[in-house]
Write a protein that binds this ligand. Structure first.
Ligand SMILES: Cc1cc2nc3c(=O)[nH]c(=O)nc-3n(C[C@H](O)[C@H](O)[C@H](O)COP(=O)(O)OP(=O)(O)OC[C@H]3O[C@@H](n4cnc5c(N)ncnc54)[C@H](O)[C@@H]3O)c2cc1C
Length: 455
């Protein structure tokens, strides 16, 4: 507390997409802003690296219709979007390792299971329409929906074993968790926030429709260029104090900055690790204690060419056998090289993480070899990103509400606490957990501040 740096109007904590957008919007409205980021890089859960001279996304990467704020941001920054590769057949790998080709989103599961899944999907959509995305804890059925897990709903609603297994896989693919970890109300809220189940699952017309030229990380990097010296990297925030006159934000090395207000734009489990003084209201703290992240390991595997296209395959796989839940073609726009991305999510991610690195690599490449042939098992490059091990994410894609959290503590979800405001993909009632949700949340937090203190 002894050596405070000179004050600014607003400090933003966390330079993911939410914090970057928030800081830039505040700056434009005339505020002096400081953006403190724990890592040596901006972007958070949109992270990039270069493989064989191409930028690849290790985190979030797809955008789709309805994600208007992200499209607008990309356009403003001169980042082009292009369609995700979809030509060719998708594959389903069964539990026993049989491969079945299919088109569209739902594979050939057998007529009864297929009917079962279709019924469950339309029920989920119907139920999701009853949820108020601005306040999911409200609504006549909120308590009943929040009193059960997605698992118990699946077990009660689906009549076939095949249907149940497919929904378990869908849960891993969508939320990166087991159905037993998720409140049914949260699953419905998430679907509502995206505008329906098809928006969540589909490529064409859904959230996976498009990619960003140069990667999603490129958007974050361009925003960071605009903010320039307003960003401090390697500054993990450990303490936030507030009183009537303002806030003091202290980083790990003891450096402290003063400001009028602070925006906390970090995932909930990371916000819970910051010491607040005075302590956060009990209900707010309780909510932060309850929101774990999903479990994701993303693999980016490079080849000299997208050889699977010649075999009539799209590169998209859903696997009931595992441990890979799904793959997709993430080759550069030019098609000059081939890139497959693969996701190991939920319990299989935790199991795989316990194995040695060379064993994980072998498991992955054996799996890709089974799906796409021997060429897939000898890639030119192989990158693994276990998001659970990232000290400033601790999991992905997003935080998950278990039963009881929304209805018990939801009222504290986004409400500012004095001079502390909240942003991040987990605070958005539209596209919760997505990059677009992060953008919207950053805009909303900036507007909250400028409206509270008109300039
Ligand atoms: C593998 C993967 C795939 C995904 N796929 C998609 C997709 O295709 N499409 C999509 O829309 N979304 C996707 N997502 C989700 C999307 O990436 C996130 O929802 C979004 O990027 C979150 O942005 P954010 O700014 O809210 O949080 P974050 O990106 O998590 O940013 C928070 C920032 O705060 C920093 N931080 C944390 N603690 C502190 C601290 N104490 N002090 C200072 N800084 C701190 C972190 O380092 C980080 O930079 C995916 C995510 C992952 C990981």
């Amino acid at each position: 507390m002894s050596h405070h740096r000179p004050g600014v109007d607003v400090i933003v904590v966390g330079a993911g997409m939410a914090g970057l957008v928030c800081a830039e919007r505040l700056r434009r409205s005339g505020c002096e802003v400081l953006l403190l980021e724990a890592r040596d890089q901006v972007g958070g859960r949109t992270a990039g690296t270069e493989v064989d001279g191409e930028n690849v996304d290790l985190g979030g990467q797809f955008v789709g219709p309805g994600q208007d704020r992200m499209y607008a941001l990309a356009a403003e920054l001169g980042v082009a979007v292009f369609p995700t590769h979809t030509a060719g057949a998708n594959l389903l790998e069964t539990e026993t390792g049989r491969l079945r080709r299919f088109r569209g989103m739902v594979p050939k599961l057998g007529p009864l299971a297929l009917l079962d899944v279709a019924r469950a999907q339309s029920r989920l959509d119907r139920l999701a329409r009853t949820v108020d995305a601005e306040a999911p804890w409200r609504g006549p059925d909120a308590a009943a929906l929040d009193g059960q897990t997605l698992r118990s709903w699946i077990d009660r609603t689906l009549r076939t074993e095949g249907g149940r297994r497919f929904l378990t896989l869908a849960c891993r693919a969508i939320w990166a968790c087991e159905p037993s970890e998720l409140s049914l109300l949260h699953a419905l809220f998430y679907v509502k926030a995206a505008g329906g189940l098809a928006a969540v699952t589909d490529v064409e017309g859904g959230a996976q429709q498009d990619r960003l030229d140069g990667g999603a990380y490129g958007v974050a990097a361009k925003l960071a260029e605009r903010l320039g010296a307003a960003i401090r990297l390697n500054a993990p925030v450990r303490r936030i104090e507030q009183d009537d006159s303002g806030v003091v934000v202290t980083a790990e090395d003891g450096t402290a900055w003063r400001a009028g207000r602070v925006v906390v734009a970090v995932p909930p489990p990371l916000a819970a690790r910051i010491t607040f003084h005075p302590p956060l209201p009990a209900a707010r703290d309780n909510l932060l204690q309850r929101l774990p992240m999903g479990s994701v390991i993303k693999y980016v595997v490079g080849y000299p060419a997208p050889f699977w296209r010649q075999a009539g395959l799209s590169g998209a796989v859903l696997s009931l056998r595992g441990p890979v839940a799904m793959t997709a073609d993430s080759s550069p726009r030019s098609g000059r090289r081939g890139v497959l991305i693969a996701f190991v999510n939920g319990a299989p991610a935790r199991d795989l993480a316990a194995r040695a690195p060379e064993e994980r690599r072998r498991v992955l490449l054996d799996g890709l070899g089974r799906l796409f042939g021997p060429e897939a098992a000898t890639p030119a490059s192989f990158v693994e990103r276990n998001w659970n091990e990232e000290p400033f994410a601790r999991g992905a894609y997003s935080a998950l509400f278990p039963p009881g959290a929304w209805t018990g503590l939801g009222a504290t979800w986004r409400a500012p606490v004095g001079r502390i405001h909240w942003a991040g993909a987990e605070t958005s009632p539209r596209w919760y957990g997505y990059i677009d949700g992060a953008v919207r949340s950053g805009e909303a937090a900036a507007d909250e501040i400028t409206q509270a203190e008109p300039r």
